[in-house]
Ligand binder design. Structure first.
Ligand SMILES: [Zn+2]
Length: 438
């Protein structure tokens, strides 16, 4: 009789550890982006914390950014699951080829008209389904979508301190959002190692130093997750937006300077040049063919497309913001307009098929497997993975869950997270021990 009573008691405890609400309880999710973290940046640096994550989580060999390997276009693909031609954020600059308007990158971060083109980012979709979301400096998080703002957002600004202490404080702030304010989904952005990659180049001691700093920050994050009691309740995805390559310079190579081949003043009405390996030109009326012919075979390391010729697999052609002439340079060759300025020693914007443009992907937390090495996939597939982790019904998107579903623990679809299952199993074990003793 006594043992039967105990059995009932323990079984009821097992049952009560499951969520009571009709909607299954999902774990929280933190998406972290380290801008410009190339897929192999951890391979020549001592990174004990990232190494630990390989054992205790998921690592993809690398992931593919969308075809315009720039910060805003790529981050917006991650958060919407849409190709660039579908979300319309085609450049880091906001521009208008008719008025000549150019808004610098940081200023675009507050301009809804640049981002809000009909593709809803996950923050808004999740909020509309009852979740609480926040963006800590993540590109696109500081504007309105169909009039809706992200519940909590901070926008990158000039003059923010960007040292290791600040990085740790940012983690503390985000932990507070999860624990004290019960946020479900937070995106956290860091501007490194992109800045160092541009300033010094990727193959330098400075880049190694910043990766060590990032690794210490990841160690701090893991401690913070533990201290805040979030180990069994928070999934973390760590990724980036593009890689980085060394800029090729004279006298080693013949650098690209478009004014050597055409008069930009006479033939172009508008251009977006001098931003790494990707450029666009809007010809003056009736001058399209002349621009194309002037550049088509001008330089062996420059590829020129008419908009309609852009290969479909780039997924950029359809959008009206793509200008009539699109230029793509070979890896390391910057597209200069009139003057060659050596401001950057490293750059991106090159084809997403180049290994130097590939980026990092790591994930850990209660719903991710341990020690799982995933094959490479397109970053557009991070979106459906995030929706699944949060229990959010996704918007139409270009990603595929089949790219990432094997990363998840076996029982993910069974309705309980591994954290909760572990509790139930330990109670079951306790029951067996008690029953054996009596
Ligand atoms: Zn970037």
């Amino acid at each position: 009789m006594k043992s039967e009573l105990l059995l009932v008691l323990v079984l009821s405890l097992c049952v009560s550890s499951k969520p009571l609400s009709k909607r299954r309880t999902y774990n929280k999710l933190l998406l972290i982006s380290f801008d410009g973290f190339r897929w192999d940046y951890d391979q020549d640096v001592n990174t004990p914390n990232l190494d630990e994550l390989v054992k205790e989580g998921v690592k993809a060999k690398y992931i593919n950014p969308p075809a315009i390997t720039m910060t805003s276009p790529s981050h917006f693909t991650t958060i919407t699951g849409r190709w660039i031609e579908d979300h319309g954020v085609v450049h880091n600059l906001m521009f208008n080829d008719k008025t000549g308007l150019r808004v610098p990158h940081k200023a675009t971060l507050k301009r809804s008209e640049w981002w809000d083109n009909g593709a809803l980012p996950l923050w808004i979709t999740a909020q509309n389904q009852g979740l609480k979301t926040a963006s800590f400096l993540y590109p696109g998080g500081g504007v309105n979508y169909s009039g809706q703002a992200v519940d909590r957002f901070l926008v990158e600004d000039h003059g923010q301190p960007d040292d290791e202490t600040e990085w740790r404080q940012n983690i503390d702030t985000v932990m507070g959002w999860f624990t004290k304010e019960d946020f479900d989904f937070v995106t956290l952005y860091y501007g490194e190692p992109d800045n160092v990659g541009h300033t010094f180049g990727p193959e330098t001691p400075e880049r190694i130093k910043i990766i060590e700093q990032i690794d210490r920050t990841i160690g701090y994050l893991r401690e913070a997750i533990h201290k805040n009691g979030l180990t069994d309740h928070l999934n973390v995805i760590l990724s980036s937006d593009h890689g980085m390559t060394t800029v090729k310079m004279a006298s080693e190579v013949n650098e690209i300077k478009l004014s050597n081949y055409m008069s930009l003043f006479n033939l172009a009405r508008f251009d977006l040049l001098d931003y790494g390996g990707f450029g666009m030109i809007t010809p003056r009326e009736g001058k399209g063919q002349e621009v194309y012919d002037s550049l088509k075979n001008a330089h062996p390391n420059l590829t020129v497309y008419k908009q309609e010729e852009i290969p479909e697999h780039f997924h950029i052609r359809k959008h009206e913001r793509i200008q009539p002439i699109v230029l793509l340079a070979d890896l390391g060759f910057n597209i200069n307009s009139r003057v060659i300025l050596h401001i950057n020693k490293g750059d991106h914007g090159f084809s997403n098929e180049e290994m130097d443009m590939k980026m990092i992907f790591r994930a850990f937390g209660p719903d991710f497997r341990d020690n799982f090495l995933a094959e490479p996939f397109d970053s557009v597939s991070i979106y459906p993975l995030m929706c699944k982790l949060l229990g959010v019904v996704p918007e139409a998107n270009n990603g595929s869950l089949s790219d990432t579903k094997d990363m998840l623990v076996d029982n993910f679809d069974a309705g309980g997270s591994s954290g909760r299952i572990k509790v139930s199993l330990s109670l079951l074990l306790l029951m067996i021990i008690i029953l054996t003793l009596i």
